[in-house]
Design a protein around this ligand. Sequence first.
Ligand code: SAH
Length: 541
Amino acid sequence: MKKGVVYLVGAGPGDPGLITVKGLECIRQADAIVYDRLASPELLREARKDAQIIYVGKASSQHAMAQGDINCLLVVLAVQGKTVVRLKGGDPFVFGRGGEEAETLAEAGIPFQVVPGVTSAIAAPAYAGIPVTHRDFTSGLAIFTGHEDPLKDGSAISWEKISTGVGTLVFLMGMENLDAIVERLLTNGRPPETPVALVRWGTLPQQETLVGDLSTIAAKARESGFAAPAVIVVGEVVSLRDRLRWFDNRPLSGKRVLVTRTREQASQLSALLRDHGAEAVECPTIEIQPVEDFSEMDSALSNLAQYDWVIFTSVHGVRSVLARLQDLGRSADALSECRLAAIGPSTARELEGAGLRVAYQPEEYVAEAIVEGLDGVAGKRILLPRADIARESLAIGLREKGAVVDEVDAYRTVSASAEAGPVRQMLATRQIDAVTFTSSSTVRNFVALLEQGTKKEERGTGNEEQGRGDEERGIGNKERGTREKGLRVLDLLKGVKVACIGPVTSRTAHELGLHVDVVAKEYTIPGLVQALEEFYAKERR
Ligand code: SAH
């Protein structure tokens, strides 16, 4: 049997990008992952599909599983020959009880490795614009637990030494004892005007920072209801935040934005939104699936030489055609017999990535512009691989100019309803600031998803019809479009800014009764993000 091993891995403080390369590799390899509440849940998506994922949640007071049981669990899994990852928030050896887990493993003779992580003690201040050391202010840093009541007799912390002996003090798990911590520092000689910052949910989009000094911070925290999880930073370095603030003052900071693309496509938009400060919530409304019947496509692909142009209107179109060619035992090169047009830069990149040359790409990224731009199409044969629910304006426009157009279904878009529940909930509780749409179908499917939820809710639980209802939940069931449901959807979207990638998508949104607040000037993902930024910049002014 394979020999088991345990990796004690630091997941970092929250921003999933702050895990180490080695830590991520461990997650990807693991047979079993044992994780805590504070670890970023996104990281678990990196796990193998068949990995065993065990939650042993650790809120500071209520342990879902006692530490002793966690220690045993690690040993048991390893004895079964598994590669186990013990994923812990921040760094495993900074107040994570990773030391105790390692001791247990050592005693049991289980091989283990430690993969250090980025600790919240340093990262949360950093994301608040506070360097924990700085030549001009302090030559040292000390990290303490604020968990035990500092006013209790026999405190494990030597308050009389640390209060004046160390430049920067960071307390973890200290929010409940903030008053007492402050009092201890003051009575032991730290000046009342010493700056203090509280950083809550550090490195995450919802990060909040409260700044004061030793004489004011406790009252300020009480007034604003500032709660855990937070780090407390005490020392002159806190004053640097005024100049070094960088994370929570970006154009989209504090905004929670819905991304309605497919799971595969969402990442680019989500990453860009996050980079500009927003929290991106992915709500895939559609999934891309192969067509059921390939005969049309196959016959077109076996006669590629007869076409003057192949026009691709989406990345999916490119991928589907390339995948089908591969299934047929042919290479992408087969397409080089024709001239290729791409509707936008992503589609062009997809073709170029397969080693193909794009002969034409319109300046404006809408189908109509292709018709305008491709002059001299009269009498030419054009192949148009598209989604089964594509708009027909391109084909019509080309035919009007005298082209002979073969449209073939290259892929299907089907409704992805899995994530609708949580997103509806967030909308209902007004937690979403904006929703982005990158195509007409994302708008239609999003509205359809919300309507389905409405229907389910109206039906109530335990209703006999509930089971039967599932079949009706495909896209485009016209009967569902009652006025009432439309109103419910609009109600859910009240106050939510609607941002569209271009005029066609925006028109669809209008048609469905949505109020469109933002339309990108450049019809690309970066164009969409920029338009959203400009919108909020204006709103702020
Ligand atoms: N091993 C962890 C700390 C675990 S103790 C680390 O190295 O970061 C849990 C405490 O860490 C919380 O009570 C809080 O004080 C702090 N903490 C963890 N993540 C945090 C975050 N994202 N923002 C602010 N504080 C955080």
